[in-house]
Design a binder for this molecule. Structure first.
Ligand code: BGC
Length: 464
């Protein structure tokens, strides 16, 4: 009994420390929304330079997540997490102490590499250490950590906004990064990776330590089997029968980003200033409320994902996102509209709640469960890297779009993309609730339509 609780303790310790990478992901992407208001003034930045500073993190994340599949295979999950923590520390300090715009941009790219590597490694490490029965929940906890990190960043923004002390806003990321570094020093390496390396005895000892008194023979053999199948993975990723999976995961990462989530996360204070909140502090406070709603609705979504299923939540969420973006566009369409700022806040609340219950957690979840085990690493790395690319596209174009099209048409454009996203989910995305990887793989090999991939073979008709 005691051994079992020790074992659970270890699984939770791994998850909590790995989730710190998610928290830093949220913190370092969210902090810029407040800091940028003051950096812009201090360095007299143009709209393009603002976009560069916001997007430098995304470029780094795109690069980081792109090579993280290889990194984690070469050096192991734990060492890569240590590398992530150290990179977070270097990135936070160099942005906080930046004497020039160029320095700031380079520091933000370094931070981005840490975020990109962490966004891939943390869920992978958690998934490999967690027992099967709670793996789904633990993977989704990573999204919760991201949203909590965003709220932290908003709180820090609010606190330092009075004097506009942006170096403190950027520098405080060092604290969770140092905790991540210290914690990871004491974590075990993933037994699965050890088996991949051929260190079977060490792997068995670690797995037994993590699982306590449980009999690990079956699990150990299963991992050995999977590792055998894993040879030749890179080529397999582009095999014809795997293409639907690539399409689904790339599509989800595309729609998670191009429907505009990060225009709100990164630019909420800017949007609220355009809508009439003149004080930076007031705009940042309203943004804090939006961050808290993001956390709350992610918590609400966690049990529903397994109860209602992924597809209904995605469709519901995309509808809410469409309505709120359409409303926001309409509010900005009538200049001088007295209640504009409140319609803007209301739409943002509806938008963020809808995202938090749908595309927020479900994109990461489906990407982590839909690839056949043997190509999950390379596949997930590709899809996550693409997601950072789409993220950058939106961040780089948002302010320019507002200048070119005006806020109304910009938000209507995102609303239109929500409709396309809804159609994509309806016609393409399978329901993966309660479905095993083996089913998906079997269906894939049989060439069944992509939205039926999650249905066990004996059920012949599609039902939602
Ligand atoms: C997205 C991020 C976003 C965050 C907001 C994540 O799932 O990938 O781009 O900033 O959710 O909660």
């Amino acid at each position: 009994m005691l051994e079992r609780s020790n074992a659970n303790w270890m699984v939770y310790a791994v998850s909590v420390f790995a989730a710190l990478a998610g928290l830093l992901f949220g913190y370092d992407t969210g902090i810029i929304s407040g800091a940028i208001l003051f950096i812009k003034k201090d360095f007299s930045l143009s709209a393009f330079q603002v976009e560069m500073i916001v997007s430098a993190v995304l470029l780094g994340a795109l690069i980081g997540s792109g090579f993280s599949g290889r990194l984690t295979d070469l050096f192991g999950r734990r060492k890569v997490l240590l590398f992530t923590a150290i990179t977070f520390i270097i990135g936070s300090l160099s942005t906080a102490l930046a004497p020039s715009v160029h320095w700031l941009i380079v520091g933000r790219i370094i931070l981005g590499v840490a975020i990109g590597v962490g966004s891939f490694t943390a869920p992978l490490y958690i998934a490999e250490i967690a027992p099967q029965r709670i793996r789904g929940m633990l993977v989704s906890l990573n999204q919760l950590a991201i949203t909590i990190g965003i709220v932290f960043s908003y709180l820090v923004n609010y606190y330092f906004s009075v004097q506009g002390r942006w170096p403190w806003m950027l520098g405080l990321g060092v604290v969770p990064a140092a905790i991540l570094l210290l914690g990871t020093l004491f974590l075990p390496e993933s037994p699965r990776w050890m088996i991949l390396k051929g260190w079977e005895n060490k792997a068995r000892t670690v797995l037994q330590r993590i699982r306590g008194s449980e009999n690990i023979n079956k699990e150990f053999e299963e991992i050995q089997q999977t590792v055998k199948v894993e040879k030749g993975t890179h080529r397999l990723l582009f095999a014809k029968w795997v293409r639907p999976i690539l399409f689904i995961s790339l599509g989800l990462s595309f729609f998670q980003q191009v429907t505009g989530i990060n225009t709100i996360i990164y630019y909420a204070p800017t949007i609220l200033q355009i809508a009439g909140f003149k004080q930076a502090g007031g705009a940042i406070l309203a943004t804090l409320g939006i961050g808290i709603i993001n956390v709350l609705f992610t918590i609400i979504a966690l049990p529903l994902i397994d109860k209602w299923g992924r597809r209904p939540l995605l469709l519901l969420g995309l509808s809410g996102m469409f309505i709120s973006l359409a409303m926001m566009g309409a509010a900005f369409y009538f200049p001088g509209f007295a209640a504009l700022r409140w319609v803007a806040v209301g739409s943002m609340v509806l938008y963020i709640a809808s995202f938090a219950m749908s595309l927020g957690p479900i994109m990461w979840l489906i990407i982590s469960e839909i690839f056949p085990l043997n190509i999950r690493g390379v596949g997930a790395s590709l899809a996550i890297s693409a997601s950072w690319g789409f993220n950058m596209l939106v961040a780089l174009t948002f302010l320019t779009l507002i200048e070119l099209l005006g806020p109304s048409y910009t938000f209507w454009l995102y609303a239109f993309l929500c409709i396309l996203g809804g159609l994509f989910v309806y016609f393409i995305v399978p329901e993966t609730k309660g479905c095993s990887l083996e089913h998906i793989e079997e269906n894939l090999r049989l060439g069944r339509p992509s939205r039926e991939l999650g249905i066990p073979l004996r059920k012949s008709t599609f039902s939602q």
